[in-house]
Write a protein that binds this ligand. Structure first.
Ligand SMILES: [Zn+2]
Length: 193
C-alpha cells in the first residue's frame, strides 16, 4: 500500500480523473474529489500536496470554461476503435484549444439518427471529428455526432493515409482511388484547425 501512496508530487500537472493519493494519507481539498478512498483531480492544474496539514488540492491552470461540459462542441482525433465505440482525444472545446488532452468516447448508437452497422462506416482512427458532449458520467466524456454540423471534419484513407475528398455521399481518395464511408459534418474539410 505504501508504494502506492504519494503518486503525485507538488507542482505536477494533473488532468481530470488523475489519481492524487488516498484518503488515509490526505484530505481532499479544492479541485479534487474522492471515490472509494482514492483522491482524484477534478480539473487540469497543478497538484499541491500540503504535507504539513495533510491536504491535497489542485490549482486550476486553465479556466473552467475550457474544460468540456455537457452540451459543448469539441474537436478531437479518433484513437482506438472497437466495433461499437471509438476513443476520441479531445483537443479543442468550442473555439479554444486545450493545453491538456481529454478523452471522450463515441458509441455507435450516438453516431447518427439511423442504424449504423459498424463503427468503420462512421469514423476511423486518425480522423478528426467534431462532436457534442452528451454526458460526463464517471468522469468520461460521452460524445455524439448525430447533428448535421457534427461528424468527421477531416478523414484519411485507410489504405494510403491521404486526405479523403467528399463527393456527394462518397468519400474518395484522390491518390489511390479507395472509396470509404464516414459520417461527416456538413462542412467537411473546411474547418481551420
Ligand atoms: Zn488512398
Amino acid at each position: 500500500m505504501n508504494s502506492k501512496s504519494s503518486e503525485q508530487r507538488s507542482g505536477h500537472l494533473v488532468l481530470p480523473g488523475e489519481r492524487l493519493g488516498v484518503i488515509e494519507e490526505f484530505s481532499p481539498d479544492s479541485g479534487t474529489y474522492s471515490k472509494d478512498g482514492v483522491i482524484y483531480s477534478k480539473v487540469v492544474g497543478c497538484a499541491l500536496m500540503d504535507m504539513l496539514n495533510r491536504k491535497v488540492s489542485v490549482y486550476p491552470l486553465i479556466s473552467e470554461a475550457s474544460v468540456p461540459k455537457v452540451g459543448a462542441k469539441v474537436v478531437g482525433q479518433v484513437g482506438n476503435a472497437q466495433s461499437d465505440n471509438v476513443l476520441v482525444r479531445i483537443f479543442k472545446v468550442g473555439p479554444k484549444k486545450l493545453s491538456g488532452v481529454f478523452s471522450g468516447v463515441l458509441h455507435i448508437s450516438d453516431v447518427q439518427d439511423r442504424y449504423v452497422n459498424s463503427m468503420n462506416e462512421a469514423c476511423k482512427p486518425g480522423d478528426i471529428i467534431r462532436a457534442k458532449v452528451i454526458s460526463e458520467k464517471n468522469q468520461i466524456y460521452h460524445l455524439s455526432t448525430v447533428d448535421k454540423d457534427l461528424g468527421a471534419i477531416f478523414a484519411f484513407c485507410s489504405r494510403c493515409g491521404n486526405l479523403l475528398e467528399q463527393k456527394r455521399n462518397e468519400m474518395r481518395c484522390t491518390k489511390c482511388g479507395n472509396i470509404e464511408e464516414r459520417k461527416t459534418a456538413y462542412d467537411y474539410g473546411n474547418e481551420g484547425l
